[in-house]
Design a protein around this ligand. Structure first.
Ligand SMILES: [Zn+2]
Ligand SMILES: [Zn+2]
Length: 154
C-alpha cells in the first residue's frame, strides 16, 4: 500500500490518501476535457473517508455537464484548483491525479469515453479502454468491489 499526498497550487488545501485507490480512471469525455482544459483527466476513485484533509476546506462547486446533470467539484477556496469531485454518491471521491505531489505514482486502470479521445493521444494496448463506460464488476479487483460494498452498506 502507498500513502499518497497532494494539494492545490497555493498550498492551502492538503490531503492524504490513507490507502490505495479503488480504481483509477483516465476519462476522455468532453466534460472532463472542458473542466480541466486538457485532453483527459486522471481520477483516483477512493472512499471519501480515506481522503484525509490535512489542511484547508475545499469548497463544492456544481459544474453543468452535457447531459444536463451537475458534477460537484471541490476546489481550494483561495486558488480555485480542483482537488477532487463527486459523481453521484457522496461516499466515493474522484481525486484528481494531477494534484498528487507525485503524479507518476499512479497509472490508469482503465480508459473511458475514448469515443471523444483526441487523436494524438495513443493508449497502451495493455490497459482496457472503452468507447463509453464499463462494468466495474468485470474489471475491478475483488478487494475493491468488497470495499465499495462495505461503504455503501454502512
Ligand atoms: Zn489553493
Ligand atoms: Zn469524463
Amino acid at each position: 500500500m502507498s500513502v499518497r499526498e497532494g494539494g492545490c497550487a497555493c498550498g492551502e488545501v492538503r490531503y492524504r490518501l490513507t490507502s490505495d485507490p479503488l480504481f483509477i480512471h483516465c476519462c476522455h469525455c468532453l466534460n472532463c476535457q472542458r473542466q480541466t482544459g486538457s485532453a483527459f483527466v486522471i481520477n483516483l476513485l477512493i472512499e471519501t473517508d480515506r481522503v484525509e484533509l490535512l489542511a484547508g476546506d475545499p469548497q463544492p462547486v456544481d459544474a453543468p455537464r452535457d447531459d444536463g446533470s451537475a458534477q460537484r467539484i471541490f476546489r481550494c477556496p483561495t486558488c480555485q484548483v480542483a482537488v477532487f469531485s463527486q459523481y453521484g454518491r457522496p461516499e466515493v471521491r474522484f481525486v484528481r491525479g494531477g494534484t498528487l505531489d507525485d503524479p507518476t505514482t499512479v497509472t490508469p486502470d482503465v480508459h473511458i469515453f475514448t469515443r471523444s479521445k483526441v487523436k494524438w493521444v495513443t493508449l497502451p494496448e495493455s490497459t482496457p479502454a472503452f468507447e463509453v463506460y464499463y462494468d466495474a464488476k468485470e474489471l475491478w479487483p475483488a478487494a475493491s468491489l468488497e470495499r465499495l460494498d462495505a461503504v455503501f452498506k454502512s
